[in-house]
Design a protein around this ligand. Sequence first.
Ligand SMILES: [Zn+2]
Length: 678
Amino acid sequence: MVPTKYRVEIAVDPTKDRFSGITTIAVNVNEATDHVVLHARDLTVTLASVTVNGKRIVAETRMRRAHGAKDADEELVLLLGEWLRPGTAEIAISYDAPFGSLWGLFKVQDAGKSFAFTQLESTFARRMFPSFDEPRFKTPFDIALEVPTNMTAFANTNLANEGAGRLKPGTKRFEFETSKPIPTYLVAIAVGELEQAKGPEGTTPIRLLAAPGRSKLGTDGMEAARRSLASLESYFGIPYPFGKLDLAAVPNFAVGAMENAGLVTFREELLLTGSTSPAQLRRRMALVMAHELAHQWFGNLVTMRWWDDIWLNEGFATWMQAKVCDDAFEAFGARAERVLSKDIAMRYDVHPSARAVRPKVERADDIGQVGGWSAYQKGASILSMLETWTGEEAFRTAIRSYVAAQADKSITSTELFAALDQTTKKPVSQVARTFLDQPGVPLVSVSVTCDAKSKKPTSATIEAAALGGPSGATWKVPVCIRVEGESATRCVLLDKERASIPLSSCPAWIHPNAGEAGYYRYDLDEGSWQKLVKSFASLDEAERAGLILDAWALVLAGRRGAEHVVELLRSIDFSKEKSRVVIEAAISVLTEIDRTLVEPATQEAFGKLARRVLEPAKKRLGMPSAKKTEPADDALLRVSVLAALHDLARDPEVARSLEATASKYIADPDGAAALSGP
Ligand SMILES: [Zn+2]
């Protein structure tokens, strides 16, 4: 049985404890059956019927456990007492249910007012209305809401009609336009005395919904939305698919934000930033906005067929958010930061408890277990690697034609990669599989054979090993190296233990992970390592950060001694280092060293090392001034550097000046500059 359309009518009064509704589902009956199984949880069904050819069959109902579930009954069985033949039918169910607590249809109290919002991913739609609650089913939705007359209601689409309540007399009824086909987890509503603000002019009408008095804080958010939409439309070559865009600031929300089609919900403090908000918050808002809006194409227009591919949904949006922010905002530097999130993903990925990012999801209770932050970051890192390996243009062309061809459908990542194989003419599927279906990180060791005197042809030998992952794990690794003096990178698909790249001469240095695009750690023979360290300043920002991070990863893996990374940090000239990402990488490694290696006897030497790394940046950045504006990167870096000097170098001077700044700020929040500046 396959649903083809829903009509969801709900009477919602957020001042009450329960809501009630009627859900009508048009279905195709594929095989003769005498019962119907839907998802429902905590719904009290008052009447259920199935209508075929004008004949209404009232059903008996009972609840049962889903396959493999321990938690609660989530399946609603309608027993018909007679057989339905293949064809079309209409299911109608009247019910009432309690509001959820931050999940499903939930209510929020704020400043004496009551609101209702939704959070239906992954499997909470079934707590709001009976449904075939799986992402492979995408259908149009007609939504009607009946709410107290002092409130307004919003849903995924524009309002079509307003009138008097039919389910609940004395209420106001809001009927919304039929939606495009969407899965149940993307349905959203918002109810309450919500304030609306209109966004900047553009092809898509943008509105902000917030608790009374707060919508004026939404200007930044709406502008970020406008810029993100423009960037995404140009990347995909497809206009924003859902007509209007509402951004709802939810006063109390369990997740950061949720990409519901046409009605994106945000934790209030994440969305409502202004010109005086700290740089970190404004940056985070822009990234989250880009992420949720990227989902409108990837996730909403094209949906994963099943929850085992949630990594693709989230990995793609995470990968895309960096692209969009770099495109939409000047000097944002989100792509350069990827090396830091990839590092964290790789640190988790070598743990014995690490799981594949594309796990098998077979039982109902597994659905809530998939994903997690590092899986999203690994997913994004794998997409970055594939993009660099296949070429940015070829990758985009493949994504574009795929999204266009699969619009309004649900797909699997296997199908996406098969399409990428075809368009890019590279074995993308095979490579992706080795990274997605097992945890662990490849270690790529490069040694250079070089005979400078005889001018004999030289070569770089590349060998693969495993850090973490199942025993005997192997990968197909696209290894791209950068050779001093050559403008193009050299890529080889390392699909066996060893490969060789011929070199035309004896290079001053080679870098084994060009642009840090590859999801692997690297090591070099000692001579080549020393040459690379000496040429630190010739590397790009991500490569410099990656050099520090990989050096530490080798120490953690027991492949190098601690002196490997300590000597590296001693030899880098940090007075010339202006990149926030590189200094953040050094701070992250210093923090790890402090946590794992430093003892009372070595504290002083470690403090000296930390100061050597951090003092130049502290000197350059100085303390913030309320009068002059500075690049956001400087403001962000100052916070990290001062915190690290305080925590790692135990610098008493930093502690004193932080206290002074803090008390000035507390005494006069508007007059004093916050540490991170505006
Ligand atoms: Zn997401």
